[in-house]
Structures are given as structure tokens and as C-alpha cells.
Design a binder for this molecule. Structure first.
Ligand code: IMP
Ligand code: MG
Length: 180
């Protein structure tokens, strides 16, 4: 077993930067959802570290649920969004905030946003830690973005390459020989 850090070419978002992003987003969400009924829905598994750190910066009552989706194989989106495990509560009356690790083609998040609109949530917004705007194949914007990044394949802090590297404490760029 090799140390995971060995396969990282460059750190793109450091632990310190992640902490300040979470603080800033948490403050914005706290302000915007003051008189609302906040239901955070994290998209598994990539959201795990982000949602955990972000919610500690939200100074409001909130409810937390998770949805398991898949659309990626290796380093490319299949464009085919599947719900692997659904939430078990009725979203009517809730102000849903969908939390995802990264916005790339836009397919996953727009599909999930539409799903909760159809289920009659009071409102539906999207918060993504990273935004790869150049990767977009459909028109879609998140309501809250931690950081815009170039069109590179990144791992760490929840983001995986074939289920590995989610446990890195920062966001890094993989050495190309590991996936090409
Ligand atoms: P989209 O549907 O193309 O916007 O893809 C969103 C999902 O693809 C994310 O939730 C990630 O799971 C995955 N993804 C997109 N870009 C990357 C990346 O650079 N590294 C790891 N996963 C990624
Ligand atoms: Mg993923």
C-alpha cells in the first residue's frame, strides 16, 4: 500500500483555504436561511468532508439528509444520473439546500434540483464546493460556490478517483500517469 500523498502532483486547494471557504459559505447560508426551514441534502459520497465542515459554520437549526447518486466512472461523466439510495422524508415545507463536492457537466446537480422541485420543496438551492465552469454541457449555475477551478481532474476532501483519495485533507491534482 502506498501513501496517498505520493500520487499528488500539486495541491490546488489547501486545508487552510478550505477552512476559510467553509467559514465564508457558512456565514452566507446562516444569513440567507435565517427565517427558513433549512434541510441540507448531501450527495454521497463526495459531500462527506465538505458537508461536515460546512454545517459547523451554519448557526441555525437545520436538518440533514443524504442522497446517494452516481454518474461518474473513472475520470469522465457518464451523463446518466442514477439514484442509488433515496432520502426517506417528505421535503414539502422545507427549504432544501443540495450540497455537492463539484459542479462539472452540471448534469447531476440539475437533475437532483429538478427532483426536489417536483417533490414540492418550498425552495431548492445548490451549494457546491468547486465549480469547473469549462466542463459544463448543460446550462446550470449553483447558488453558492466555494471556488472556481480550471478543467482538471481533482481528488481529495471527498472527491475520488475510482473510490480512492477521498480521505486527503486537501484538494489535489493527480499525477497523470495514475489515470491516463
Ligand atoms: P457533473 O454531473 O458532471 O456536474 O458531475 C458531478 C460529479 O462528478 C461530482 O459530484 C463528482 O462526483 C464527479 N466529478 C466531477 N469532476 C470531478 C473531478 O475532477 N474529480 C472527481 N470527481 C469529479
Ligand atoms: Mg464522485
Amino acid at each position: 500500500m502506498s501513501n496517498i500523498n505520493n500520487n499528488i502532483k500539486e495541491i490546488l486547494v489547501s486545508e487552510d483555504e478550505l477552512a476559510s471557504i467553509n467559514k465564508k459559505l457558512g456565514q452566507m447560508i446562516t444569513k440567507d436561511y435565517k427565517n427558513k426551514n433549512l434541510l441540507i441534502i448531501g450527495l454521497l459520497k463526495g459531500c462527506i468532508p465538505f458537508v461536515g465542515d460546512l454545517m459547523k459554520n451554519i448557526d441555525l437549526d437545520l436538518r440533514l439528509e443524504f442522497l446517494k447518486v452516481s454518474s461518474y466512472l473513472g475520470t469522465s461523466s457518464t451523463g446518466n444520473v442514477k439514484i442509488k439510495e433515496d432520502i426517506t422524508i417528505n421535503v414539502e415545507g422545507y427549504d432544501v439546500l443540495i450540497i455537492d463536492d463539484i459542479l462539472d457537466t452540471g448534469r447531476t446537480t440539475s437533475f437532483i434540483k429538478e427532483l426536489f422541485i417536483q417533490r414540492n420543496a418550498k425552495s431548492v438551492k445548490v451549494c457546491c464546493l468547486l465549480d469547473k465552469k469549462e466542463g459544463r454541457v448543460i446550462e446550470f449555475d449553483a447558488d453558492y460556490i466555494g471556488k472556481d477551478i480550471p478543467n482538471l481532474f481533482v481528488v481529495g476532501y471527498g472527491l475520488d478517483f475510482n473510490e480512492k483519495y477521498r480521505n486527503l485533507p486537501y484538494i489535489g491534482i493527480l499525477n497523470e500517469n495514475y489515470y491516463k
